[in-house]
Design a binder for this molecule. Structure first.
Ligand SMILES: [Zn+2]
Length: 318
């Protein structure tokens, strides 16, 4: 019988032999292995199985990044981040908001993407650039408040409030809030929504680094109605409740990162019919299904044993 640790070692060994030519180890990706992200994570986590410490208490308390090579480790909602890079608090075309949260950390890919997108945003009438909300913690991982994801340095929240100026003080970045873009519970956009919002989301969705973008359903329906020419980018725009004052960009696993677990690809097609159905269900909620199983009890917070084994080294690193 192969014990879990032996199985893990075997997988890592096979992975490290797969690339050839000194390339980084082949990724234990869900698609490659024909496993779901959950199955991959169960396998990667086996080594820490006895570690019952609550991960968010540990990752939420570390003030700085690990002195390691940059790696997104695990899955967006079950992982951590080695060698994080800080999004500078202010740049020519952006400001990071809510600095007290210390969540302006990500992979180099995420920081580069956000700077690029902010430069595009600054070309839009009425936009000086972007106000950047939460990325991840200095070592990623689960947070004490908010966010199921944002754990591996590949997720970022971007405010929908067009920046009128980029010289906000630290205090202003705590007190100013974004504004809502929706009405009727996310079914429709409101008067704050502009063609510039659509241009910025389209630019983000067309970026090959981007895997998905989450935004309220009414915004997607609006973009479906207004899109001209190539519509392929619309598939990356995913309706999600909330996300009416910010949109959430999720990057794909960086090329060659052997520890990043990919999400299942977005379904084929532009997803516009599904977004319309989502809106219809907001406006006319279907009656509750009497045969539906009861909702599952709230999930206990993730333990260190449920995160990939490498997350312990991230926590313990200098
Ligand atoms: Zn988010």
């Amino acid at each position: 019988m192969i014990r879990p640790i032996a199985a893990l070692a075997l997988v890592l060994l096979l992975g490290s032999c797969g690339g050839g030519g000194g390339a980084p180890a082949a990724a234990p990706r869900a698609a490659d292995a024909r496993e779901s992200p959950d199955q991959v994570l169960a396998r990667l986590s086996a080594q820490n199985a006895g570690d019952t410490r609550v991960a968010r208490n540990l990752f939420g308390a570390v003030p700085g990044p690990s002195a390691q090579e940059s790696r997104a480790i695990g899955f967006y909602s079950r992982g951590c981040l080695a060698g994080a890079v800080e999004m500078p608090e202010t740049g020519a075309t952006w400001q990071a908001m809510r600095l007290s949260r210390n969540r302006n950390w990500g992979t180099p890919e995420l920081i580069g993407f956000l700077q690029d997108l902010s430069r595009f945003a600054a070309t839009q009438p009425g936009w000086q650039g972007l106000y950047i909300g939460d990325l991840g913690q200095p070592r990623g991982g689960p947070a004490l408040t908010g966010h199921a994801s944002h754990q591996v340095g590949l997720d970022a929240d971007i405010w929908m409030l067009p920046p009128a100026r980029l010289n906000l003080s630290r205090d202003e970045r705590e007190s100013i809030s974004s504004i809502a873009m929706d009405r009727q519970g996310g079914a429709f956009t409101n008067a704050n929504w502009t063609p510039q919002h659509e241009a910025i989301l389209r630019q983000a969705a067309m970026d090959p680094r981007v895997e998905r973008i989450f935004v309220f359903a009414g915004a997607k329906v609006a973009m479906c109605a207004n899109a001209t020419g190539d519509r392929s980018w619309l598939s990356k725009i995913r309706p999600l409740s909330g996300h009416n004052t910010h949109f959430h960009v999720r990057l794909a696993c960086p090329a060659g990162d052997p520890t990043c677990v990919a999400q299942d690809p977005v379904p084929a097609g532009d997803g516009c019919a599904e977004a319309q159905e989502w809106v219809n269900n907001i406006l006319n909620p279907p009656p509750p299904d009497p045969d539906a199983p009861p909702p599952p009890p709230p999930r206990a917070p993730l333990t260190m044993g449920e995160l990939p084994a490498q997350c312990r080294a991230v926590l313990d690193s200098n």
